[in-house]
Structure formats: C-alpha cells, structure tokens
Ligand binder design. Structure first.
Ligand code: GDP
Length: 366
C-alpha cells in the first residue's frame, strides 16, 4: 500500500492526498517503479525548493533537534508581518547556536524608510522574544537585493559549521533559498541532495557548502494567528503589497475612524486635527467614518463595503488596543498589514486587529 512506498530522493513515505504535505506524489506516479515526491522532483528538475506544511508537533521536533547540533541558524521573517511570522518558542529550540535574522521583502518598503532603524527594531523585537540576533539583514529574495551580502555573512558567522534556515510559511523562505543557491554558484546547484535529519523521520533539503558541511532547508510551519490565514488566497494578494507601497496621508478630526478593509480599524479619539500616514498595500481599501458610526458600519458592512475578507465567518472578532501616543514619530503596527505613522505626540488612539494578530508601537521608520 501507499504507506510503504518511499521517495527515492529523500526517503519519506509517499502519500497522495495532501498536496501541500510532506511526501506528496500524484497518484499516477505510483504506477512507476521508482517514486519520487513532488518536493524532490521540483528540486531535481527545476532546482527549486518547495515548502511543505508540517504539523506543529513535527516542527517542534525539527527545531529542538537543531538545538542539539552545532550550527548557525538563519531565521527568515516577513518585515510586513514581524510578529505574525515569528516562530514561537524559537529561543528555547536553538540552544547555544548563533542566530542570524533576515527580514525579507524589503522591496515593498517606501524608499523613505530608514533601513537601519528597521534593523534596530527587528533586533529589539527579537530580544523581547528572548533571542539575541548576531546580525540582522534586510533582503529582497524576489529581486535578489542583499543576498550576496547575506551569503558572505553566513559564511563568516557559521565558522565552518552547518547552517539551518528556518521560517514560517509565506515569509519567502523558498524564494530566499533559491536566490541563495544562485549566489552559491553552479557548482552547488548541481549537487543539491536531500537528506534525513538525524533523530527524526523528517527530511531536510541539504545544499552542500563544502565537503563536510551543508545548508539545510527546514519545512515551514503554519503560524495560525497570521493575518494571512484570515483571508482567501486571492485576498492575500490584495493585502500583501506587490510593489513598493505609497504612503497615504489622512487628515483626521477627533472621533474619526479608519477601516483597513474589514481586517483592522483605527480610531482617532483625541488630540486635535492632525495627519496620519498609512503604510499598507495600495490595493487595500481604506474607509473613513465617524467614530460613533464605526461599530454599526462594521456590523452591517463587513464583507461588502469593508472587505477583505468577503467571508466574515473566517475572521475572529476585532480586538481593541488603546494607546496614548507619548513620543513623536511613532508607528502603530498591524502585523501582516502594515502601519500607521503619527508625527506629533499627544494623540489618543485605538487600534483593532483580529484576535491573535499583534498590534504594537515602534519609533517611526521614516
Ligand atoms: P515560503 O512559504 O516561506 O517558502 O514563501 P515563498 O518563497 O513561497 O514566498 C511567499 C510569497 O512571498 C510569494 O507570493 C512570493 O512571491 C512572495 N515573496 C517572496 N520573497 C519576496 C520578496 O523578496 N519580495 C516580495 N515582494 N515578495 C516576496
């Protein structure tokens, strides 16, 4: 039966039901003598790493095994979804190994963003999560920006050890690794292998770095609390910017509200007429209304006027966070969507996001 058939590339048991899962192969391929899983197939023929989804348990096993190795851990985050794309518990799992933090999708930021400040903020957030980042880098895996520098830094930081690349789904880990393979040169491209991870039944893709060491791709975990999971695949294209975002300025009076589609809400409560700058996907509709009408509007028009999401059933209720903005130049960050910048101190605001999605303050990046 299909459970007994193993992939000739990596050795995982073949299954034909879950296309996104480990060991998937199309049913027709079972007729062949040598069966290869889709992930190995893509790697072999297209030199492409494909992500597979794992259960949380499997993932924890992989992560904790990394703690037993001597290696460099490269953690990829999506800079538009720092909190949502953080791997919970990573600080416990990496052991004594060094960690390099790579923020992906830098091509989406407006040119005016201060990259050093963003890196500092990432390092601070990592610290809050209990991890010391040896280095923080910003890259665009899609455009190739910053990859060469990262490749060089990896080589330096790893001090001759193995490298493990970790990240949750959708951060662009596959795109990153594919880009890195290009940096490594054709020699490596031809000798990519897949290998078992010692102590688990999970396979990792292994890209030789030299005779003894390798870079391992770990499968991505699904972080269930990401904004991305509350919308459909098509809607994700709306909320995830495709190109550099253009900041949008809103002049608001006290007691006015903004809806970011139906996924988030911002109330300006007190502090005199002033401007707020929205840094979100330019395809996402912003709807302005009076604060006193906002609850009613949301109740009546979520999924129509206020969209995405069209399917309101998938969306947990919005949770309210109230802030007094005490510092000038503050960003209110809606993880997975973007942020709203406040120039002057002294504003009382409330920010709402689906339960589980982080809303945080940080010094402005601009
Ligand atoms: P994985 O699930 O972490 O392996 O992520 P993928 O590599 O499949 O990428 C997830 C999504 O992010 C895809 O839609 C990619 O096109 C997009 N993506 C990946 N890297 C970048 C990047 O550097 N910039 C932008 N704008 N999008 C990216």
């Amino acid at each position: 039966m299909s459970e007994q058939i193993k992939c000739i590339g990596c050795g995982v048991p073949i299954q034909t039901e879950d296309k996104e899962g480990l060991g998937y192969a199309p049913p027709s391929s079972l007729k062949k003598e040598a069966v290869i899983c889709q992930r190995c197939f893509r790697l072999k023929h297209y030199n492409e790493i494909q992500d597979v989804n794992l259960t949380d348990d499997d993932y924890r096993k992989i992560l904790s095994s990394i703690g037993d190795t001597q290696s460099l851990v490269v953690k990829i985050v999506d800079i538009f979804d720092f909190n949502g794309s953080w791997l919970p518990g990573i600080h416990r799992y990496i052991g004594k190994n060094k960690l390099m933090l790579v923020g992906n999708k830098v091509d989406l930021l407006p040119k005016s963003v201060n990259k050093n400040r963003l890196k500092q903020w990432m390092a601070t957030m990592a610290k809050e999560y209990g991890v010391k980042a040896e280095e923080v880098h910003l890259v665009s895996s899609a455009k190739g920006t910053g990859l060469q520098e990262v490749a060089e830094q990896i080589d330096e930081l790893r001090e001759g050890k193995d490298v493990y690349v970790v990240g949750c789904t959708n951060v662009g880990k596959s795109t990153f690794i594919n880009g890195l393979i290009k940096q490594l040169g054709t020699e490596q491209q031809d000798i990519i292998t897949t290998s078992y991870f010692p102590g688990t039944t999970l396979n990792l893709i292994d890209i030789p770095l030299d005779e003894e060491t390798a870079l391992f791709d770990t499968p991505g975990i699904i972080n269930h609390h990401q904004m991305a999971h509350f919308v459909s695949k098509d809607e994700l294209k709306i909320i995830m910017p495709k190109k550099e975002i253009k900041p949008l300025v809103y002049q608001l009076n006290e007691e006015q509200s903004l809806f970011l589609g139906g996924l988030a809400r911002f109330d300006y409560i007190k502090g005199g007429r002033r401007s707020f700058v929205c840094h979100i996907s330019n395809d996402l509709n912003i709807h302005r209304t009076k604060l006193e009408r906002a609850d009613d509007l949301y109740e009546k028009h979520l999924g129509e006027l206020l969209t995405p999401p069209q399917d309101r059933e998938k969306l947990p209720p919005l949770k309210r966070y109230e802030f007094m903005i005490k510092e000038k130049d503050t960003d209110i960050v809606f993880s997975g969507l973007g942020w709203i910048s406040v120039k002057e101190a002294g504003a009382k605001v409330a920010a709402y996001a689906p339960e589980g999605v982080a809303v945080t303050l940080r010094p402005s990046l601009i």
